[in-house]
Design a protein around this ligand. Sequence first.
Ligand code: GLN
Length: 474
Amino acid sequence: MLQYHSISEKKIKIRSGEINLKENVTAFLNKINDQKDLNAFNFVFEDDSLKQAASVEDKIKNGTSGRLAGMVIAIKDVLSIKNKPLTCSSNILRGFTSVYTATAVQKLLDEDAVIIGKTNCDEFAMGSSNENSAFGNVLNPVNKSRVPGGSSGGSAAAVSARLCDVALGSDTGGSIRQPASFCGIYGIKPTYGRVSRYGLTAFASSFDSIGCFANSVEDMAAVMEVMSGKDELDTTSSYLDVPPYTSELNDNNKKFTIGIAEEYFGQGLSPEIKNAVGKLLNHLKQNGYETINITLPHSKYTIATYYILTTAEASSNLARYDGAHYGYRSDNSSTLIDMYKNSRTEAFGTEVKRRIMLGTYVLSAGYYDAYYRKAQKVRRLIKTDFDNAFKKVDLILTPTSPTTAFKFGENAQDPLQMYLNDIYTTSANLAGIPGMNVPIGNDSLGLPIGAQFLAGQFNESKLFQIAKFIESTF
Ligand code: GLN
């Protein structure tokens, strides 16, 4: 029931009767149940997914089905689906039900995808290991003593363990690419504004983007082709046309110029990852790709800039969870102010509180210029570094993460160490450019290694094409 490599193959098998979609969804549901210990899902939609499967199967048979007909998709629990729970893996939203559906999810439904459930993640998408979830840790299916990465850990684990075909995630500073690399799968964060954020719970609004995880490049391209595009409900979504990513995949022998920035291969990078990326680079060179050394001189400021600006935005975005509007309300308060304070104190987790306090601090009157305003200026310099680089190269190749999947608890007591895990991923969000994780092998412990490709704004096609070339030749 799970014998296919991509959606086009699956569709052919459904049409010919070789795969029955209802049985396929049942097989996924059984697997989800058998692998409950992974804790990848916050909610599983058994009845709805089976009902959807039956109706999509009919459409496929009578030739009226949409582009994603038959694809079984899990949704990170930061995206709204009407009449379904939305928790962001936080106690403050336990019991909350969405009143509308996110545009990205609606577009999948309109093309006949089957939604199987909502996946676990770090609380409000803040974290790199999924250890900050009020719903508990997610285990890495490759090695259960290791974290799956974060914040979209449940989505990555679900795709890697084949509990669904594809999963949506959100990426504010690496939350798709880093867990994809830890779990050995593909993951893409598109250009800022490529996919509507309507219905995505805001963490840092000028950084947040919606993307996906998949086991094949084709599936990833198919989902992004559907989800991308202008949406009147998100003024930051782009009017630019969406290229036909899937049909462009056949054109995967373009000899792109690839930039290598020494800043991404320095101290702290695991030698095994460095070697693996080096091997990939040699492979590309041998196949006629030109490589150029480039420099991204402001790279050393990315982590500081990212954590100043995203905490600032988060402190503002999370002000709405006050006990009055949404979810949890503390009942042992005698005044309104007490109710606000107690609700937030009791229901937010440690990391979320840390970020709200950091963000409030960098925005406060005496420190605004020294931190927030300065970081905005540095963000611009980081963006300019990339603009200059993409005048010379089509793509930039880096490691996705400095280490492979670490053990539970290894970085949990040291927030700075945890933040440093995002060293190669946050720059794409600071610059608003697209990035992708491509699985390229395993380390000596058998843990997956990922390579990251970055492209200029709205150049997702180049990412899909190089990934397709690597998928079929490396
Ligand atoms: N790990 C990063 C953070 O904790 C990225 C999170 C994300 O992309 N949502 O902020």
